[in-house]
Design a protein around this ligand. Structure first.
Ligand SMILES: CC(C)(COP(=O)(O)OP(=O)(O)OC[C@H]1O[C@@H](n2cnc3c(N)ncnc32)[C@H](O)[C@@H]1OP(=O)(O)O)[C@@H](O)C(=O)NCCC(=O)NCCS
Length: 330
């Protein structure tokens, strides 16, 4: 018993900010950004565009792709660090917008950039204890540029906004054998300080003093995050492959969280994968946090880049630190 992805969708905002645009905003260069990160451009949400506004079209596309009507959805889980409101959850806001029936389970969850694979695993586990749960929407969405300090060249070049969604269907028999095969999730709170937004929560509410120090924005120790990220993702991927008895040569696509091309390539190399098997779209979107793997999945599915029965290995890391890997059979 488990779940299978039966439809995908994504959405990215209309406005595109290129590296050349950033050259006019901070002391940086297209060349520096491309060589250090692989990013060329990113999408930026409009001022009034919320997480649920971006998630909505992604969900509609996933519903259409899977031939699912909103009243079949028994659960919505939204992975985000940029909810519409402190409460109610963005999932509840989406439930109303999508006209998903009252009674569905709706929640947001926060595991930063690992949020989407955490959310997949939660639904995959919940179908086992909720027999009436047949189909769920799993969403990764971020308006991460609202947490971006546009005066800090160390971080502002890295991030972008967007949303991705999948419809997960409960599989109570083997059927075609597709679905989530194995999953490994982890966190280590000893590393909270290396990547965080200090202010805006209960520990440090927003005050003028706090905002003058720009503590409402992302702060990161880039090199430390880089090192932890590669080790964590490689370790999680090896664990799920071992648990499933699958070798890396059987993987059609490694779909890593899209934070930095060099991190992605390092992970691929350490898993003995060639570049034909490592999916990279960070050049066009930057780091969209919890949305990145969901957007990548939609591009792979819609682009006809995966055949039924092939293995996809998803892996992510993010603030917390959180990390993990999920092996899927398409
Ligand atoms: C952020 C990152 C790209 C920086 O690359 P790096 O090779 O580690 O660069 P460094 O931090 O050593 O900085 C090198 C120099 O470039 C400068 N620099 C930083 N950002 C710059 C920018 N946008 N443009 C130009 N120069 C920049 C630094 O100030 C530093 O200058 P200095 O040597 O005079 O002090 C890299 O560390 C990284 O990708 N880390 C992981 C980040 C990540 O993935 N975060 C998201 C997690 S979900």
């Amino acid at each position: 018993m488990g779940t299978k992805i039966i439809g995908t969708g994504c959405y990215t905002p209309e406005r595109v900010l290129t590296n050349h645009d950033l050259e006019k905003m901070v002391d940086t260069s297209d060349e520096w950004i491309r060589t250090r990160t692989g990013i060329e451009e990113r999408h930026i949400a409009a001022d009034g565009e919320s997480a649920s506004d971006m998630a909505y079209p992604a969900c509609i596309r996933a519903l259409e792709a899977s031939g699912t009507s909103p009243d079949e959805i028994g659960m919505i889980i939204v992975a985000t660090v940029c909810p519409d409101y402190p409460f109610p959850s963005t999932a509840c806001v989406l439930q109303r917008k999508l006209k998903v029936s009252p009674g569905a389970i709706c929640l947001d969850m926060q595991a930063a950039c690992s949020g989407f694979i955490y959310a997949l695993d939660i639904v995959n586990s919940m179908v086992k204890t909720h027999p009436s749960l047949k189909k769920a929407l799993v969403v990764g969405v971020e308006k991460i540029t609202m947490l971006t300090d546009w005066e800090d060249r160390n971080t502002c070049v890295l991030f972008g906004d967007g949303a991705g969604a999948v419809v997960l269907e409960a599989r109570r028999d083997s059927q075609d054998g597709g679905g989530i095969v194995a999953s490994k999730l982890s966190a280590d709170g000893n590393f909270t300080d290396i990547l965080m937004v200090k202010a805006g929560g209960s520990a440090m509410p927003l005050t003028k003093e706090v905002m003058d120090q720009r503590l409402q924005y992302i702060r990161m120790e880039g090199q430390e995050v880089f090192k932890q990220a590669v080790n964590a993702m490689v370790g999680a991927c090896k664990e799920v492959l071992q648990e499933a008895g699958v070798t890396s040569s059987e993987i059609r696509w490694l779909i890593p969280h899209q934070a930095n091309r060099r991190i992605i390539e390092a992970v691929g190399k350490r898993l003995n994968l060639t570049e034909e098997n490592v999916f990279i779209n960070v050049s066009r979107y930057g780091n969209t946090s919890a949305a990145s793997i969901a957007i990548a999945l939609d591009e792979i599915a819609r682009g006809g880049k995966v055949e039924r029965g092939e293995y996809l290995l998803l892996t992510a890391f993010g603030a917390g630190l959180t990390w993990g890997a999920t092996l899927l059979r398409w």
